[in-house]
Design a protein around this ligand. Structure first.
Ligand code: WT7
Length: 632
């Protein structure tokens, strides 16, 4: 990437400046001062934040950094649920709504902090009764309902390590995650409800546990009262059943700062997903801090993040962060287009949402549908609007700013990852925003754009996005694969390589361009090319395949697969739909190719590696760059 990149940047050089009161009333105050305070003494900065929270035993040292291994809040003891629940129950927030949930059918449930704590303790005691102990892995495969959140918090209560699997994943993807984590328990629902349709989850679970010897029990939350499902009487338990006849109180397990809190799988550049491991104290402090300071959450706010708790966005900014702050969290399983494209704006009006956090793919979809939908509703309660998951392109920024934020609300375009656990780059409330740029490192974080040797690039040019210092919510390892963890810190000397390409603006703002590796971001979801390829190759008709991402104005990218068939098979529409169905069942609907092309050959290096870059260049009609390694 060269200077001419800045030509593009200049086109959108306009800054949006929020009203002065935003800065004056914000928790962060002056960004620059806060950033300087952090740089002067990072450990003092983070311990200052951590002191807001409750600790069973305080830390001896804030950070023990033994490259690339970090320990944060060394020797401290805590339980994250004591901070997300008990801390508030002991205070004036006891009867404040912690969670307000809206189902597709209009059902609404409200849990106060006291009620949520009570449910979590009962479910935690239910798990204990089944023999679940500190350190055991529990897989949660549920729709976006309060029980999903309760299950997560109940695990954390007793020190069990949850591994939440997004309910859109298919059978093989679920099986892989259960077996890799050696989960003892799988918690699921009979169905999830999407666009008025019931999608059975239990049948997927039933198949996924077939070859998963670690699983001792399946706990089923039954939404369908009319048709109670059952899979295996000796094996299954009822979600509310295990909450009966247990003590009402479950004291929080005493956790060491560095004890694992959860594993969350994310796509990597191989066919097997990476079990990103997060630990208790650092993750708690990082998500608490960002929830409060990036969203500028205030006591009376109602906050809505449209993500699924099953992704890292939901872990950090539906469950742990906002609850640690003591916020009121709105959760809804409603997709943005059902019953019509006005539903989200209607919910904002009805609930008087103050802080709203969603993804660029949703924003672009709404843009396409037009202003009529949001304009039908009163969005004046909104104060801060956020974006996450992929670059928020300038056009989408401007639409979001004008049509949703009414030229008034700051946009926090937050860059972060499953691995970072917490938001890392954004424009802090009150600072001038530049469309197309996520912003700058938040106080507490140091990032840069560098070349492959780790040298800082000149402002106005591009390179690899890196993090230069450890941060509290950083992943500690990849579960059972520490080598993959070390790779993050060994790819570019002296720093954490995020795997993203970025441009550093002359004003210090960072524009994230996209992935530098074989990961495709489709509608904000990370899909590994290798995962889709191995799903395709597992079909009997397929000999080989290569998968690329094709830019798409709505979804960011679409998946295109090139397929070489085994001898004896011929391309047909029927085969294409069979292959699509096969990927859907294996990996889930989010990983389904949009297009399949049958080919006789794939471009490869002499060492036999598929050159996806060459396929992509050909597809897009652009220069493939260096092809000297291509085997003709
Ligand atoms: C990748 C991480 C973090 C929660 C959701 C995704 C991309 C994320 C932004 C943003 C540009 C972004 C990056 C990153 N990404 N946020 N604001 N601007 N790109 O988590 O699945 O771990 O994906 O999403 O490419 O590396 P994830």
């Amino acid at each position: 990437m060269t200077e001419d990149f800045d030509v593009k940047l200049v086109e959108h050089a306009k800054y949006y400046r929020p009203a002065a009161e935003y800065k004056n009333n914000s928790w962060i105050g002056d960004y620059k001062k806060a950033y300087d305070r952090f740089q002067k003494d990072p450990e003092l900065f983070w311990s200052g934040i951590a002191k807001d929270l409750e600790w069973i035993r305080p830390w001896d040292t804030v950070l023990d950094w033994n490259y690339p291994y970090a320990k944060w809040f060394v020797n401290a003891k805590l339980n994250i649920t004591a901070n997300c629940l008990d801390r508030h129950v002991k205070s004036d927030r006891r009867n404040k709504a912690a969670l307000i949930w809206r189902g597709e059918d209009g059902a609404e449930r409200v849990y106060t902090y006291q009620q949520l704590l009570t449910e979590v303790m009962r479910f935690a005691n239910g798990l204990k009764k089944l023999g679940v102990q500190k350190g055991d892995r529990v897989c949660i495969y549920m729709p976006m309902i309060p029980e999903q959140v309760i299950a997560m918090l109940a695990c954390a209560r007793i020190g069990a390590v949850h591994s939440v699997v997004f309910a859109g994943f298919g059978m093989t993807a679920l099986n892989m995650r259960i077996t890799d984590a050696e989960a003892k328990i799988v918690i699921t629902s009979d169905i999830s409800i999407r666009r008025g349709k019931a999608i059975p989850l239990i049948t997927i679970v039933q198949e996924a546990i077939d070859n998963a010897p670690s699983v001792e029990h399946v706990i089923i939350h039954r939404r369908r009262k009319d048709q109670p499902v059952t899979i295996r009487a000796d094996f299954e338990l009822d979600f509310y059943g295990i909450m009966e006849d247990v003590p009402a109180i479950c004291e929080p397990e005493v956790m060491d700062a560095e004890d694992p809190l959860f594993i969350l799988y994310t796509s990597g550049s191989t066919g097997t997903p990476k079990g990103v491991l997060h630990t208790c104290a650092g993750y708690m402090v990082g998500t608490y801090y960002t929830s409060k300071y990036v969203f500028d959450l205030k006591e009376r706010d109602i906050y809505w993040c449209t993500a699924d708790p099953g992704w890292i966005t939901g872990h950090s900014y539906i469950v742990y962060g906002p609850l640690a702050v003591g916020a009121t969290v709105f959760l809804s399983e409603l997709t943005p287009d059902y019953p019509d494209a006005g539903i989200w704006w209607k919910l904002i009006e009805e609930q008087r949402i103050n802080v709203f956090y969603t993804a660029p793919t949703a924003i672009r979809t709404f843009m396409k549908l037009g202003e009529v939908w949001p304009n039908k509703y009163d969005l004046s309660s909104l104060r801060v609007i956020g974006s996450v998951g992929e670059p928020l392109n300038p056009e989408a920024f401007e639409w979001y700013y004008k049509v949703i934020g009414k030229d008034r609300c700051p946009i926090v375009d937050t860059w972060w990852q499953t691995e970072t656990g917490m938001q890392m780059i954004t424009t802090m409330i009150g600072e001038p925003m530049r469309p197309g740029f996520a912003g700058k490192a938040i106080p507490g974080v140091e990032v840069d754009v560098v070349d492959k040797d780790g040298t800082s690039v000149r402002p106005g040019t591009g390179g690899f996005l890196v993090v230069k210092k450890p941060w509290p919510a950083m992943l500690r390892t990849v579960y059972k694969n520490d080598e993959r963890y070390r790779k993050y810190w060994e790819t570019i000397k002296g720093c954490y390589a995020a795997g993203d390409l970025a441009v550093k603006g002359k004003d210090g703002n960072i524009m994230v361009i996209g992935r530098a590796d074989d990961i495709i971001i489709v509608a904000g979801h990370n899909i590994g090319t290798a995962e889709v390829e191995s799903a395709l190759v597992s079909h009997h008709a397929v000999a080989e395949s290569a998968v690329i991402g094709k830019p798409d104005t709505l979804k960011g990218n679409l998946i295109k697969a090139f397929v070489i068939l085994r001898v004896g098979n011929t391309p047909s529409d029927k085969l294409t739909s069979d292959l699509i169905y096969h990927v859907r069942v294996t990996l889930g609907p989010i990983a389904v190719p949009h297009e399949i092309e049958y080919v006789d050959k794939l471009p490869k290096t002499r060492s036999g590696k598929i050159m996806r870059r060459v396929l992509k260049a050909k597809e897009l009609g652009i220069d493939p760059g260096d092809i000297s390694t291509l085997d003709e």
